[in-house]
Design a protein around this ligand. Structure first.
Ligand SMILES: Cc1cc2nc3c(=O)[nH]c(=O)nc-3n(C[C@H](O)[C@H](O)[C@H](O)COP(=O)(O)OP(=O)(O)OC[C@H]3O[C@@H](n4cnc5c(N)ncnc54)[C@H](O)[C@@H]3O)c2cc1C
Length: 322
């Protein structure tokens, strides 16, 4: 069994920032990541452009140079991978953490490959693994996806995009521009206000001119092999349909948090309990870092404002060592 000062779970931007900070402060750490380096970013749409400018995505003030002010997925993959390799960050890839147990002052972290003991654990597992389901008949058909990758796939197809936030709007515009017939199904009465400021006018104008057909105040009722049935203010509407991209957001793994004993608020926000100064949870020496902290409020934390968690946590760990 390997013994560490800190086991960091999740090798996203914030888990890597924690590893870097631990290394700088001379702590013995390992990052366990169930996929490749920055797995969530790897699974973003191929053409994805961040809403943040590159300097706001930097960790530990290591310059992030990108051609455009707002970097793309490929720039970010390059940046975070180089941080890991140049700084010789201790990260085990394709190793999923399955359980964390605490006895006395020691955590035992069990993964798909091994077991580790540690004095401290940082949970930086993000929210990109579990999509918000629509819970409608047909949602498990092969033609339905909660992730979107490449518009080329949808050329000459009838595509329904569900959602009104950045992921849905990017997918709708890209698919339309590759020759898909796009219907956008929006629960509210407008395109999301948080849609990237340079993208919003584009989608609003494509809807206005009828290039993309928006159904406002509408929800999905049922999906079949060739159709999509939606509830609209005018009643039920049946659309011919080849693919459904249900881009309705994601949630942190609440079951895992509860299983290991982290207290969640009992309202719909399901906020995990932690000290805002140290990021330590209700379990001594178990810390949260990154976007996992927001519970259902997944827009609250992002790389820009959560990269500071690394320094806060390592400071707290060091203060207890003295
Ligand atoms: C489409 C999209 C665009 C975004 N654009 C921006 C932006 O422009 N600017 C910004 O600041 N933020 C943006 N965000 C938000 C934020 O960047 C991401 O959520 C970011 O990835 C958060 O970093 P993180 O390290 O907290 O979590 P993640 O990057 O999600 O990292 C969590 C890691 O934990 C791993 N993991 C999960 N469970 C386990 C387990 N059991 N064992 C081992 N490993 C595990 C995952 O594989 C993943 O690699 C965007 C998010 C999305 C979805």
């Amino acid at each position: 069994m390997k013994d560490f000062d800190i086991v960091i779970i999740g090798g996203g931007p914030i888990g890597i920032a924690c590893g870097l900070e631990a290394k700088k402060k001379g702590l013995n750490y390992v990052i366990l990541e169930k996929g490749p380096i920055v797995n969530s970013l790897f699974n973003y749409p191929v053409n994805m452009q961040f809403f943040s400018s590159s300097e706001k995505l930097e960790i530990d003030e290591i310059p992030f140079i990108s051609k455009e002010a707002k970097p793309r997925r490929s720039d970010a993959l390059e940046y975070y991978r180089r941080i890991v390799t140049s700084n010789k960050i201790n990260i085990n890839l394709f190793e999923k953490v399955e359980n964390i147990r605490k006895t006395a002052d020691t955590f035992t972290v069990t993964s798909s490959k091994d077991a580790y003991t540690a004095t401290n654990v940082i949970l930086a597992t993000g929210f990109y693994d579990i999509p918000n389901k629509m819970n409608v008949p047909g949602e498990d058909l092969n033609k339905v996806s909660h992730y979107y990758n490449d518009p080329h796939y949808y050329a000459q197809q009838k595509v329904a995009v569900i959602g009104a936030s950045n992921s849905a709007i990017d997918a709708a515009l890209e698919c339309y521009r590759k020759g898909a017939e796009v219907h956008l199904v929006i629960r509210g009465d407008e395109v999301g206000q948080r849609v990237k400021y340079w993208v919003r006018p584009d989608i609003v104008n494509r809807i206005k001119e009828g290039s993309i057909i928006a159904h406002y105040n509408s929800t999905v009722k049922e999906i079949t092999e060739n159709e999509l049935v939606i509830n609209t203010p005018e009643g039920e509407v049946t659309l011919e349909n080849d693919y459904v991209l249900a881009l309705t957001g994601y949630t942190p793994n609440f079951n895992f948090l509860e299983k290991i004993g982290v207290t969640l608020s009992d309202d719909e926000k399901r906020l995990p309990s932690y000290d805002e100064k140290t990021m330590e949870t209700n379990i001594n020496n178990l810390y949260l870092a990154g976007v996992i902290c927001g519970g259902m409020e997944t827009h609250k934390w992002f790389i820009e404002n959560s990269r500071i968690h690394a320094k806060m946590i390592v400071k707290s760990i060091l203060s207890k060592k003295q």
